[in-house]
Ligand binder design. Structure first.
Ligand code: ZN
Length: 364
């Protein structure tokens, strides 16, 4: 089992944002004062607008347009800044660090966004939280290259933030994710992810929970547990397994590369996993990312999405899992979301899920 220090070291950035250091055993974070002259934070940086035609909220965060875009390596805001003048992380070094996004699309505590009766336009404050998580101080590294103990520390940071943000008034859903690769639109090369606390259930999560409620009514069991059991039983799309977690390409995969990772036991979120399961999760996650990077000559661009659910009646059927997806459909080809996907949400896949699973399974 990995030795884990669970309590982070807390600090503040010059404009009052929270900064949390998660350290490997024996490492002592030594933050210095953030001496940058940062402008005061704008409490009204975004707004939610409700689209009555789809029943979905849209976040309008128009003030983020001047955020940092592909800076040169020596001006990376995520590399450690020992002088307190150059970086979002004022410290000589770090293992894993989390801080509030300087250009947030959601900020501040409030109430969950609700749609009042009536038929007019509806908007709401863009309350919630957006955080950045740096996986390592090594600018040129990647998640896949982390040592297992370090990956486990990232999992611990995700877990800590999930517990914290689920307690923020108004936050309905906590979403930890990574966008990796310029092809996905990443503007900072430094290995990092983000954590959102939304003031509403996102459309895809709401749809999945709706399916799961229907399934419960008709069949009396959990939809996701049934899907996992069927995938294991079928076996043709299994990519990798350990005693406590299973990774597979789903039966109806939408993306050229898509892998879902499930714990073998039903839990709603990272907080409910025990130590052995957290270790097993870190190992299988690294295993899958390693396979991704062996598919082509260069690293695979991907999106990693942690689907976590709160212990509430509305989210009771939610089964914690990770969905990984890539738009790379060949060594030199990317899949773009064009008319059918973007306009109609009707996905067309150019590959069979079984062939992708076979390829990934062989890349151990
Ligand atoms: Zn960097």
């Amino acid at each position: 089992m990995f030795d884990i220090v669970t309590a982070p070291t807390r600090a503040k950035l010059a404009d009052g944002r929270d900064l949390l250091f998660f350290a490997l055993p024996g490492h002592d974070p030594a933050p210095v004062a953030d001496r940058r002259p940062l402008p005061e934070r704008d409490p009204d940086q975004s707004e939610l607008r409700f689209d009555r035609s789809t029943g979905q909220w849209v976040i309008v965060a128009a003030r983020r347009q001047d955020r940092t875009y592909k800076p040169p390596t020596d001006q990376c805001p995520l590399c450690p800044g020992p002088t307190g003048l150059t970086s979002e992380v004022p410290a000589p070094d770090y293992d894993v660090v989390v801080f509030e996004n300087r250009f947030p699309s959601l900020a501040g505590a409030g109430r969950p966004a609700v749609v009042p009766d009536g038929d007019g336009f509806v908007s709401a404050p863009g309350h919630g939280r957006t955080e950045v998580i740096c996986f390592s101080s090594d600018h040129t590294g990647s998640f896949a290259e982390l040592r297992p103990a370090h990956a486990r520390l990232v999992v611990e940071a995700w877990r800590h933030r999930t517990a914290d943000l689920m307690g923020v008034p108004g936050v309905e859903q906590v979403f930890c994710f990574e966008n990796r690769g310029e092809e996905i639109g990443v503007t900072l090369a430094h290995p990092h992810g983000q954590i959102y606390g939304y003031p509403y259930l996102t459309p895809r999560t709401a749809a999945m929970l709706g399916q799961a409620r229907e399934h419960r009514i008709h069949y009396g069991d959990n939809l996701f547990a049934m899907l996992l059991a069927r995938e294991i039983d079928d076996g043709s799309r299994i990519v990798a397994r350990n005693e406590l977690f299973t990774a597979f390409v789903p039966f109806a995969a939408r993306w050229p590369v898509e892998v879902h990772i499930y714990p073998n036991r039903f839990v709603r979120n990272l907080i409910e996993l025990d130590d052995d399961e957290l270790d097993a999760f870190a190992r299988l996650y690294l295993d899958v990312l390693g396979r991704f990077d062996r598919m082509y000559s260069g690293p695979l661009p991907y999106i990693s999405a942690l689907h976590q659910f709160a212990d509430t009646e509305a989210q009771a059927e939610g089964y914690f899992h990770v969905e990984l997806m890539s738009i790379r459909r060949g060594a030199t080809k990317l899949k773009y979301l064009a008319a059918s996907e973007s306009a109609m949400d009707a996905f067309i896949s150019d590959v069979t899920p079984e062939s992708v699973a076979q390829r990934l399974a062989a890349l151990a």
